[in-house]
Design a protein around this ligand. Structure first.
Ligand SMILES: [Zn+2]
Ligand SMILES: [Zn+2]
Length: 273
């Protein structure tokens, strides 16, 4: 847009107005893209850092204060698709224990398409969340619990309020009708990220390690999924906080883990870090 402004005739008011409209329009378009990208990455960050690496795998330690802090941050960033770190942690431990067997809670080997896999995952998640299934003690050990907060954050009215906020943001900033097609993705952002890994990273990509399951590294440069795409590496070394193994496999969340450790927000186990 700047090129248009620079080369426009300075004494032509009509052209200046046109340039201003084009410039303004491009800025508004960017607002929607910025909102989408911010929600994508902030929601994914909390799911990967707090739910996956901490709750499910206990790759580092944190105090009860910081646990509660990240519960609240996860709620703000995940919004309408907030996942209980307790139910997620248990469900994900079961995935690793039974990966690609009949007891796996989600596997492309036992689900015909990713919608049916998503639905089955949701059913299992709800059963764990509502305490309707017997859970082996090993899957519950040291999983962070804050049930009162989880109940509030997962309430239908709370989820609906978040969707209402997303719609208001799009009413304020969307410049085309098609932009509203992004709203359903905002509404299910957490499970949307989950299915990318649980379906595609168990079907497509390359492997660094021979493992007993179908896990793959989705792509050699994983900016899109903040390192979660190095799923074959992760299935091989589940307690390792750095998901990258090869020199080119950069895990964007690992530097934050090192920073949080330095700031004493978390305590890394140096033997595995
Ligand atoms: Zn997996
Ligand atoms: Zn995992």
């Amino acid at each position: 847009m700047k090129i248009i402004v620079i080369f426009a005739p300075l004494n032509n008011s009509c052209s200046d107005s046109f340039n201003f409209i084009v410039y303004f329009y491009s800025q508004v378009l960017m607002v929607v893209l910025f909102i989408f990208a911010a929600h994508w990455y902030l929601s994914l960050f909390t799911q990967s850092f707090f739910h996956h690496r901490y709750s499910a795998h206990l790759q580092f330690k944190m105090t009860r204060f910081w646990e509660k802090f990240f519960f609240i941050i996860s709620f703000i960033f995940q919004g309408s698709s907030y996942l209980s770190p307790y139910a997620y942690g248990i469900m994900h431990r079961m995935h690793h224990a039974y990966a690609d067997t009949e007891k796996d809670v989600h596997s492309p080997k036992y689900d015909s398409n990713f919608f049916s896999m998503m639905w089955r995952t949701k059913v299992v998640y709800d059963q764990i969340f509502k305490g309707k299934v017997e859970i082996d003690e090993k899957f519950k050990k040291n999983v962070p619990e804050w049930h009162a907060f989880d109940s509030f954050a997962s309430h239908t009215a709370t989820r609906a309020a978040w969707v209402f906020i997303y719609v208001l943001l799009y009413l304020a900033f969307a410049t085309h009708w098609w932009m509203f097609l992004l709203v359903p993705i905002h509404a299910v952002m957490g499970p949307f990220h989950g299915v990318i890994i649980n379906w595609f990273a168990h079907k497509y990509g390359y492997t660094n390690f021979e493992v007993s399951d179908t896990s793959k590294n989705l792509m050699p440069l994983d900016i899109l999924m903040l390192g979660e795409g190095f799923h074959n590496n992760h299935h091989k070394h589940a307690s390792r906080p750095n998901f990258g193994v090869k020199w080119f496999e950069f895990d964007p969340i690992y530097p934050f883990i090192l920073l949080f450790d330095r700031l004493r927000i978390i305590r890394l186990n140096r033997a595995i870090a």
